[in-house]
Design a protein around this ligand. Structure first.
Ligand SMILES: [Zn+2]
Ligand SMILES: [Zn+2]
Length: 464
């Protein structure tokens, strides 16, 4: 049982009373009392009992939502903690002695290969220039899954740690940071650039030589709250809810990739790989006025989604010779291709699907070297370019801002990618294990192909 005492301090409430919430986050109950702190014995002015859920039910008319019952470090410092409270509830006398505040919150921490646990961890406190975000949802990313399955995040030095870098939420503590207000609904840009290396000097912050990532080198979003530099939060436009903002991150990866390609309206496009980023790319290239869009993916559920996202032709590369199909329907190939698989076969399909002088943008993350034919480029004068994440540093709002505008204007539909929303407590079973079906497990090498066993999941959003 976790008892948390939260205070609404005098000055924010009718004079001479203090509102106190005693919250048991495990049982999800709270007691709310309004007391007159000058007379302990008969101090209870009003008392009510309620349930802490996703914001206490409105019908109770309570001021006690999960948002404002969670009191934050800066506010606590202004509260006297040596308080004796006598609360009578259901004929029992509770004596609650608060002589020290132990801030704690829930976080899902990674302990190593396929081992993720829900822990009580210290409440994060913002450093200079940082804010605290109360997490609404955090998406499970392919990179987190790879870390979970193949121990690729395995760095014994900083285990256990909290993963999660795709998150939306509300700023609840601004510390000494300027430029962002408490209560602002935001999405996190998880990449922190050093602003000191030659890449940063040239404004290529996504290529920073000393990049750190929230959710990798520092605690991430599979937690109730997370800290971030104020410059790494991007406020949400009207109409984009915090829970959906988590999906802005994979869209930002896709949009940055699109900006690396010489796409012109009317161009035929192939997107190879129908994970969240591939599906986002299909929507984005459609919105940018692409001509015929070919999509290729192994999983049936995702191919069905590719149609919904705007692909004209959706192919299973195990059943169809996709190169022959594309070449026969276009002038020798597509103008622009994207590899979003990070697999040898996906890379080769992407490059070879382009017409002579065509271009391939490489977005997928490979786990090792692969085989390809350099003559694909030389003899047909093709080109290829990699794409790394999205802008950050002083430009942290650029890619995310553009994506959020597309969300707000309905140019793209991020909800199409969201296949499940789960509680933090279920992150291992209903999150990682659900995504980590046999196909992912068997394909530890980038040359292996997924088998037929498949999960229908695309993007799972985790709510603390
Ligand atoms: Zn991600
Ligand atoms: Zn740098």
């Amino acid at each position: 049982m976790v008892l948390v005492i939260a205070f609404r301090i005098p000055g924010r409430h009718p004079a001479s009373t203090t509102t106190v919430w005693v919250i048991d986050y495990h049982a999800r109950h709270y007691i709310e009392v309004i007391i007159n702190p000058s007379a302990y014995e008969h101090s209870v002015v009003q008392r009510r009992v309620g349930t802490v859920s996703d914001g206490v039910s409105r019908s109770e008319g309570s001021v006690c939502s999960t948002k404002n019952t969670r009191i934050h470090a800066a506010e606590l410092e202004r509260v006297t903690l040596n308080i004796y409270l006598f609360l009578t509830w259901e004929a029992q006398l509770f004596t609650i002695v608060v002589d020290r505040w132990y801030p704690a919150m829930k976080a899902a921490r990674y302990y190593g290969n396929q081992d993720i646990r829900i822990d009580d961890v210290d409440e994060p406190t913002p450093e200079a220039g940082e804010v605290v975000i109360e997490v609404s949802t955090c998406g499970i990313c392919g990179s987190d899954l790879a870390g979970y399955l193949h121990d690729s995040h395995g760095d014994g030095d900083h285990l256990p740690y909290t993963m999660g870098h795709e998150l939306g939420g509300t700023v609840v503590d601004t510390g000494e940071a300027e430029g962002v207000d408490t209560g602002t609904e935001v999405v996190l840009n998880p990449l922190i650039a050093c602003e000191d290396c030659w890449c940063c000097d040239e404004g290529l912050y996504n290529l920073c030589r000393n990049l750190t990532v929230i959710g990798a080198q520092r605690p991430g979003g599979y937690a109730e709250r997370v800290t971030a530099p104020a410059g790494n939060v991007v406020s949400l436009p009207d109409g984009v809810p915090t829970w959906l903002a988590a999906v802005a991150e994979p869209f930002a990866v896709a949009f940055h990739a699109l900006l690396q390609s010489p796409l012109r309206s009317g161009d035929a496009v192939a997107v190879i790989g129908m994970g969240p980023i591939g599906l986002a790319l299909v929507q984005l290239v459609k919105g940018m006025g692409a001509g015929r869009i070919y999509a290729s993916g192994h999983r049936e559920a995702r191919r069905a989604l590719a149609h919904d996202c705007g692909a004209d032709v959706v192919l299973d590369p195990r059943e169809t010779d996709i190169l022959e199909r594309i070449r026969s329907e276009t002038a020798g190939g597509v103008d622009i291709a994207f590899d979003v698989t990070g697999r040898e076969s996906g890379y080769n399909d992407a490059v070879k699907s382009t017409r002579p002088n065509g271009h391939t943008t490489l977005v997928g993350v490979f786990e090792g070297a692969i085989e390809g034919d350099v003559m694909d480029f030389v003899s047909a004068q093709r080109s290829a370019k990699g794409s790394a994440a999205y802008q950050t540093g002083p430009r942290a709002g650029e890619t995310f801002g553009a994506v959020l505008q597309k969300f707000a204007s309905s140019e793209v539909d991020p909800e199409l990618l969201v296949t499940s929303r789960i509680d933090l407590a279920d992150i291992a079973e209903q999150g990682f294990e659900e995504l980590a079906n046999k196909s992912e497990r068997s394909s530890a090498s980038s040359r292996a192909e997924p088998d037929d066993s498949e999960s229908g999941e695309v993007k799972i959003l985790v709510s603390p």
